[in-house]
Design a protein around this ligand. Sequence first.
Ligand SMILES: [Zn+2]
Length: 511
Amino acid sequence: MLRINTITRPTPTASPAEHHVVSTPANRSASGWTSYVPSWTPSPQRTRPSLSKSRIAGFRNPWPSWHKPTTAEIWDSFQWGDDNDGCQELAASHLANDTAMRKPEQSKLPRFGDINDWPNSLGAKSARLLRVEDPEFSFPDDTKAKVTWLGHAGVLVQLPSMDSRIKGPDRPVRCLFDPMFSARCSPSKFAGPIRSYPPPCKVEDLPPIDIVCISHNHYDHMDQDSIMSIWRRNDFCVRFFVPLGNKHWFVDWKIPADRIIEMDWWDSVELTVPSPTPATSTLKLHCTPAQHNSFRTAGDADSALWSSWYIELLHPAHGSRPNKPPFRVFFAGDTGYQFHPSPAWPPSPNKPSPAGDNEDDKKFPACPAFAEIRDRIAPPNLLLLPVSVGATFAYLRSFVPLPDWINPFPRHSAGVTAANHMPPWDAVRVLKAMAELGGDADGEPAVAVAMHWGTFVTDPAEVLRTLGALEWACQRQGVRFGRKLVKGGEVGDGGPQPWFVAVNHGGSVCL
Ligand SMILES: [Zn+2]
């Protein structure tokens, strides 16, 4: 098991902008943008939130970019019928090149479609464009990082071994983010949103896991069954890292308290292999901000913190051996970037410059957290970014199964929930904000891998719209888009352009 070397918290400075406001009373005005960390009340914050207390300790997003849509804004954003933004057509245009018509295993088909259905049905198109592959977990020699998408926000990141006793490609360090292997994201096994694509593998198929990071307590990110079976299979080596206020759930699930590390934004922890083995590298894990919220049971909204995570694999100098450059991974969790009330936002092939966009921009700024993470730590080499389009109401289909040519449910525009969830357009902006000038020491550009899409969708059109919207956003913003990473590739004038890759369920990207 990896050893925890040190846990560091930011040192309080004279400026209140940089440290925790521990002794703040609960009724302090939320209006001042004074801190990058949410303020909290000192008790009962670090213990289980008590619902009997009139004051429930909680967290809030500290930036002016945080905005809860009003009822009128939500109503205005509703869209009925087929959307005609051009994104579906762009995604479907790739079907002409699709030669893999092999019928997938029955168990691995999405709920809404079969590639052998009538080929023009949305179900068949989305089943052909987004498939479920058997994941492949081997770690090739000389790999800097390998990331495997396991559905929704579940991602396995493997990094080179930190143990000098282990040579070659064996036993990389394995970090699992927001594992979700259950059929429903819900407190009930019988009701609630059901996944449209099956998980690409079972927990039993995973290799040993060293670190599990959870972004927040929503059911689609903190899944009790997945976490407990990971614990049972990895009790000899695994540690769980959670943002403040979430540890008690794991303790309730009978996971020993010393295996759960609760962290605040900007806390970091250093992990090494146990001495006396000379470590070849150190893993530094930072709990970083995200613009989101939390909710798990009645009355506990925002009483636990949400976060993103940042991993650095550092290689200290050894004797005369030159210092190998670090490798950095950013997992955004569930986060928004910029609220846009305009139903025409985001830009799309049929509306490249939506009316009202500029006014929206002036009124509602973008979340500054990502640029700050880049400035405080470094530009990441690998980013795991959520891409979701506005289709919350398509969930209703999971309760009322209908053929996909009947579409009675409204969608909301992606901008109205964009303070909470990033649509592809914003995910590309975040990639550029964090990593455009990055790239690693070998001159390889930064790579983003899409997650938080194509899993709990229930509406096959959403799969097409997400893929098309991501491809189009990449084209417009000078980022290379691919369904897999093509090494080499052309280099733009301003240096190597970053990549945004949307792999299949179970697919991997090797760097
Ligand atoms: Zn969430």
